[in-house]
Design a protein around this ligand. Structure first.
Ligand code: NAD
Ligand code: DAU
Length: 334
């Protein structure tokens, strides 16, 4: 296939691009604004691939989007482009509104004009928190944060383009991803790097919040299944095989890195913190997908990747991230 992948310089987008180029033989054009989270280093092993093209631009810029469609002549748009960190959405929601609402609108208009298939990459956070059981695609949408509320708005806009204009659009909602190339503001890479450096391990509240972990290669494959086999207008949940409380994730990381439990610090809780996420993935499993990586094994591999790839995180940890960390946690990194 020929694909236009928006937000393909980020953590999951670059994982998806790698799979489509190297495992499926697709032709891939990435359109990405390169925010703090978008990194050309994520293309390091396929940047010179003859079927790969990178264009820098924002999805809310109609000229950048139409230029990318002209260059790529794609059959489908897959949209990963987003502001993705809940804590940043609480501190500064502006970019979340413009990228998720306006950006998605611009992409949908372009897809409609060129009659393209459209895949929106979304999140389990649109359903809010669940105490027991798992969310299905029919569960009501009850987002809690500016991040999840604006992602929900984008999903509803996508569905409106299917209902109103017959745009062949599908939505893939993933649970918490982990794996290589994840920006270290997120729980797992933050804890791995802090553990390796002897820094404090800041656990929000009691640490008993539960997340449904999925390896980024598994979520990327699920998106590929939805792209190829999803029914237009439908939503597909893709959750990982394992759920775990944050404090237990941190303890696994301590064991894998040789850090000490004395590094754990319980800090103020996140405002509006969702207690538990859990997704039922029966619908995407019926398309032939199933997760391949169990959390215990995937986390060990992820710790090893961060230990072996300081070339990737060193420039982040010594750059703007330090100022973000000080603002968010009120303390400096080692
Ligand atoms: P990320 O923050 O690592 O990457 C986001 C990418 O989008 C970056 O490359 C960034 O430069 C780009 N981007 C941001 N705003 C843009 C804009 N206006 N125009 C063009 N590019 C822009 O994010 P991620 O974790 O890889 O998440 C990718 C997608 O998957 C997001 O839509 C997110 O909501 C969704 N998702 C993430 C998770 C998770 O656990 N990380 C789980 C489920 C769904
Ligand atoms: O569920 C899917 C979502 O998962 C995605 O849509 C988001 O883009 C992604 O960021 C992620 O959201 P979370 O808020 O769940 O992920 P985060 O890594 O920020 O936090 C995971 C849990 O760990 C959450 O309960 C908050 C907690 N936490 C996080 C950080 C950064 C801590 O206890 N301490 C921390 O320092």
């Amino acid at each position: 296939m020929k694909l236009l992948v928006c937000g393909g310089a980020g953590f999951i987008g670059s994982t998806f691009v790698r799979q489509r180029l190297l495992e499926h033989g697709d032709e891939v054009t990435v359109l990405d604004k390169l925010t703090y989270a978008g990194r050309e280093e994520n293309f390091h092993d396929f940047a010179e691939h003859p079927s790969f093209r990178f264009l820098r631009g924002a999805i809310e810029d109609p000229a950048a989007v139409s230029g990318a469609i002209d260059a790529a002549a794609p059959q489908a748009i897959v949209n990963f482009a987003a502001e993705t960190h809940v804590d940043r959405s609480i501190a500064e929601p502006d970019a979340f509104v413009s990228t998720h609402a306006l950006g998605t609108y611009v992409l949908l208009e372009a897809a409609r004009a060129a009659a393209l298939r459209y895949v929106q990459v979304s999140t389990d956070e649109v359903y809010g928190s669940i105490e027991s059981g798992s969310f299905t695609e029919q569960s009501p949408l009850r987002p809690s944060s500016p991040y999840s509320a604006t992602k929900t708005g984008a999903d509803l806009l996508v569905q409106s383009y299917f209902h109103t204009y017959d745009l062949p659009a599908v939505i893939a909602r993933g649970s918490n991803n982990y794996g290589p190339y994840q920006y270290p503001e997120k729980l797992i890479p933050l804890m791995i790097l802090n553990a390796l450096h002897g820094d404090a391990l800041p656990v929000y509240g009691d640490g008993m919040q539960v997340r449904n972990w999925i390896h980024s290669t598994d979520f990327s494959r699920a998106i590929g299944h939805v792209l190829e086999h999803g029914v237009p207008g439908e939503v597909y949940n893709a959750g990982g095989p394992d759920e775990e409380a944050n404090i237990d994730v941190v303890k696994r990381i301590i064991a894998a890195t040789g850090a000490s439990e004395s590094q754990i610090e319980h800090v103020a809780d996140r405002p509006g913190h969702d207690r538990r996420y859990s997704l039922s993935s029966d619908k995407v499993r019926a398309l032939g997908w199933e997760p391949q990586v169990r959390f215990a094994e995937g986390l060990e591999q992820t710790v090893a990747w961060y230990r072996d790839n300081s070339w990737w995180w060193q420039p982040i940890r010594s750059g703007d991230y330090r100022a973000y960390y000080e603002r968010q946690y009120g303390r400096t990194l080692a």
